[in-house]
Design a protein around this ligand. Sequence first.
Ligand code: ZN
Length: 219
Amino acid sequence: MTHRAVVLLSGGLDSSTCLAWGIREGLECHALSFDYGQRQLQELNAARAIAKALGASSHRVLRFDLRAIGGSALTDDIEVPKHRTIGEIGQGIPITYVPARNTIFLSYALALAEVIGADRLLIGVNALDYSGYPDCRPEFIAAFESMANLGSRFVQTPEARLQILTPLIAMTKAEIVRLARSLGVPIELTFSCYDPSESGEPCGQCDACLLRAKGLEEA
Ligand code: ZN
């Protein structure tokens, strides 16, 4: 039996690799992206291009406004930190953390899963070479999975639980790059920068750009 999956797709390297992985695993992958008021909209264009290039079964872009809450360099008038070392990036919760973002994203993914009959959620979180986001940790994902099975239609079918798959969670950035290449992800179409120029060029200096460059170099 083919499992249907909702794949969170930001348009960055990690989520794009996650989508390609799901398709290779034989899942029927439905991509879900969010226009939540983030400063960088290039990633949504990247998400559209990637969903098409990889052959997602469908792609939705959901709109809501996290700028009304703010509190992050991605959704508020707060400067994106630049030139941090890899050591600095790994310490504490950075200002680019968007409060409760993955909780909100996974909640929408759960809602869509219920409607289209998907029993898998795919999210490209990474707990190793990660940028200090508490909602990327395995403990959080496990807790969300338990919660999702308690507060949805899945409660009626204990034998068919919703599972959250996190294929990248224990990988280094270099390993993710190698996986992306082996799966034929068009890496040049992916977009990770937190603070691109007005013409859409990545800054090369934010945490996302630095982690991506490190991964590409090491791979
Ligand atoms: Zn950048």
